[in-house]
Design a protein around this ligand. Structure first.
Ligand code: 5RP
Length: 219
């Protein structure tokens, strides 16, 4: 029986097969991505470098002497590699458990292909058991929370946490997410919301899913 960490490592290793030569690639955030960065270090001579989605990933990339580029200087990025808190069969995701959702969404949007790396515990029929993270501008906290209650959720402020952009996170419990694209659009339209952790409009293109029986590649 493989541990969760061993499964994450298996997904991270498999994802190396998607890394093209001489490219700048997008890098997500989280414990699965940390393992991917460590694996990437072994083949770093094959790539030009990375665009990072968080201060934490930037620090880890730099510790491995992998060049980190400002997104504004890059006009082509073939892949973005990131984990997820939940991913469904349509490859819609909930992300933001680490609080890096906004930069993750930006870097993902700039990439041609989103490669999601995950262990089987993340693969679900319906999104929403994991509380949906939403990055909110601090002055809008109460207003946005009230609007989220109207949508049927129970928002909880993430304590002692400030995003890399200086904002807060509301984690929304008890949302039954039957229509991820519609809900993502609806929440993102609320004034004060920077972005929500639903990645459905721009879903993953490839899911590298580590299971006890082996690693599967789903599209
Ligand atoms: C961070 C994220 C992560 O991708 C997500 O939380 C999964 O993290 P982990 O690989 O540690 O389970 O969205 O904002």
């Amino acid at each position: 029986m493989l541990t969760a960490n061993e499964l994450k490592l298996a997904a991270a290793r498999k994802a190396l097969e998607f890394v093209p030569d001489d490219a700048v690639i997008g890098i997500g955030t989280g414990s699965t991505v940390n393992l991917f960065i460590d694996e990437l270090a072994a083949i770093k001579g094959r790539i030009k470098g990375a665009v990072s989605s968080s201060e934490a990933s930037t620090a880890r990339l730099k510790a491995h002497h992998i060049p980190v580029y400002d997104l504004n200087t890059i006009d082509e990025m073939p892949i973005y590699v990131d984990g997820a808190d939940e991913v469904n069969h349509y490859l819609h995701m909930i992300k933001g458990g680490g609080g890096a959702l906004t930069r993750e969404k930006i870097v993902a949007a700039a990439a041609q292909e989103f490669i999601c790396i995950a262990d089987e515990s993340k693969y679900v029929d319906v999104l929403g058991k994991f509380p949906l993270p939403i990055e909110v501008i601090p002055m809008a906290r109460s207003f946005v929370a009230r609007e989220l209650v109207k949508l049927g959720g129970h928002p909880e402020m993430r304590h002692d946490f400030v995003t890399d952009n200086g904002n807060i996170i509301l984690d929304v419990h008890d949302l039954a997410i039957a229509k991820p694209v519609e809900l993502e659009e609806r929440i993102n339209q609320l004034p004060g919301v920077v972005t929500c952790g639903l990645f459905a409009r721009r879903r993953a293109d490839v899911l590298v899913l580590a299971r006890q029986g082996g690693v599967e590649v789903l599209r």
